[in-house]
Design a protein. Sequence first.
Lengths: 413, 413
Amino acid sequence: MGVLKGACIFGQSGGPTSVINASAAGVFMQALKEDCITKVYGAVHGIKGVLDEKLIDIGQEDMAELELMKTTPSSALGSVRYKLADAEKDETDYKRMLEVFKKYDVRYFFYNGGNDSMDTCNKISKFMQKSGYEMRVMGVPKTIDNDLWATDHCPGYGSAAKYIATSTMEVYLDARVYDTGMITILEVMGRNAGWLTAATALASYKGLGPDLIYLPEKVFDMDKFLSDVKEIYAKNKKVIVAVSEGIKDKDGRYISEYGSDLSKTKDSFGHAQLGGLANTLASYCKEATGAKVRGIEFSLLQRCAAHQGSLTDINESFLAGQTAVKAAVEGMTDHMVAFEREPGKAYKCNTKLINLTEVANREKKIPVEWILPDGKGLTQDFIDYALPLIQGDSPLPYEDGLPRFAKLKKVFV
Amino acid sequence: MGVLKGACIFGQSGGPTSVINASAAGVFMQALKEDCITKVYGAVHGIKGVLDEKLIDIGQEDMAELELMKTTPSSALGSVRYKLADAEKDETDYKRMLEVFKKYDVRYFFYNGGNDSMDTCNKISKFMQKSGYEMRVMGVPKTIDNDLWATDHCPGYGSAAKYIATSTMEVYLDARVYDTGMITILEVMGRNAGWLTAATALASYKGLGPDLIYLPEKVFDMDKFLSDVKEIYAKNKKVIVAVSEGIKDKDGRYISEYGSDLSKTKDSFGHAQLGGLANTLASYCKEATGAKVRGIEFSLLQRCAAHQGSLTDINESFLAGQTAVKAAVEGMTDHMVAFEREPGKAYKCNTKLINLTEVANREKKIPVEWILPDGKGLTQDFIDYALPLIQGDSPLPYEDGLPRFAKLKKVFV
């Protein structure tokens, strides 16, 4: 395949992570080096920025600030949740994108996101091919949820897992200060896949983790849960429970929808209260045991805690962006960068390329054989899998005792 | 005053901090060095450990583990909330303590805590004096709330402030990823004093902080709050609000007691819902603006986040413990170690000793002249006060990518 000369656009999509900007830095720094890439643009709010022609000229940014993006959380360009229609049904958006691509001579499109975003990538690529517009489209993976198909793990997961495991260890110690009883419920993100909640098992591996861990991969049984909590409470006076926000009962109903006002919602399908799952379960535990309870939701903190990022994750996120650019320049298109772990005890991870069609709209859950029954945690297989991903401290620089995050000029074209 | 030979007991009291064990390390490491201190005991769960004769022999701990206590959160010995009766009314506990002190030849008592604990210290000391039992009693300050009287600041505050400011900056970035509107409410600890919530102003100082900050030092007006939120929302589409858990309305009612179910509690004094203040205010904001809202409670995380500790705070906490021992050995009793800042631009802090009677049961709030009206934040005076306290990174060591906290043997005597 010959050299394809033209501009590139990079966009960020879906929920942010604490290292999504490390992938952006990887794309930008590599693209700025490539002779065949004439201009490097960042799309503001993902494909919405393409449709609205809101593009910033990355060539005008300071290299030092691009470097700082490696340790700056959240999507520096702005993100979007925008589902493209099928081109067979409605071509409007695709035609508009083609118009913008032509106007700015864009021949490279890099998109950073999860399942949905890889679907978007795929659709755009297929439409441009059909239209006879030569371009190369590459997906860069990201998601704290770690649920992307065909990759060993996802950029963003390691840092979130490190933060969750660390905070769980700290809460474990804190929840034990008094000699009175207490039940603590930790609510972790993860609607369909339990990877993030499973990260609390890393704290257990260090002896400072939850007594019970519940993932969405398994049906949640409230009665069994309460009887297990009661038993541990009677024995230890302290119980720590970690739950995925997405746990459901046997009827497929989210436990978070039960609500914390037991009298109102126990036997009827009430509306979910703002209090959330942690407080809902805390209420049930309080009723069952009379114990002091506390619900803690890691909330947004778990996906933006750059101050506790994993160096491994930061480096791999950067590498994923860099690899996408290199592959596209070499002629590759319609693929997502993925990770493949080498067999053997020492952790070594290589990049590979996966066809977008294979990745789009598929989810990778935790293997059920890694999940112990009755909330009893995860097997050693999971620990061996996850531990290498959280290694190394973030090189986040500090100024006045606080993080110095990247400040982009954002010069619009 | 002559040399007083005998054993020492150290206890931890009240809510823990991420550096309370640094003070313990200061006491232990200094006491182990002093010739006149024959034995070093740690009381399990504070004075309850004294009453129950649950004492551990610190001399049997590894020095490396005592060193690790500097960066280990929560009370390693266990804490307690136990209010001693006035000795004039009931001498039972005091007599029992005297018995234990005599049994183990305890001549030094060090107690680490906040206002209540200094009161406890004071009562014990006065009773022993009255009983003719020679001993030296010293208080070591601690509280994330920073509300202890007669000291420039309290060990524990700097680390909590650093964590809160850092996390606020990260949430600020995360809450801005989409181009849709969002109102985020951050709930920070502090029942009567707003020092912790004020720490979010350090994030504002870096350009990544809340739009509105509400402290318990000022009356909270819901109508004014909602109209201010509406105005900012109309202008920016993003609003970030930081609130102290202890904010009250003009009738002295906690806002957290309003409850998040508006229909039920808006016009009647309903019971506080488990959902908490952040969700309560989020509900009100949602009703007033129709915006997407999110309540985030820093919860226990803010007081145990050793992974984001302030080196200044760690060093000063250690120094406070060390100073208490040195002063007691030199003949001092009935005092608490406090901090005094040297005048001038460069931060320099010295220890001083304050009579327990002066400290006990008094609270230090934020000077009202540091608080801008209508939730508009804090003045530069506050920034100048707080910024030096969060300087320096914690030297917390890692093992397998996770914190390596102290493990005490806890050999009971």
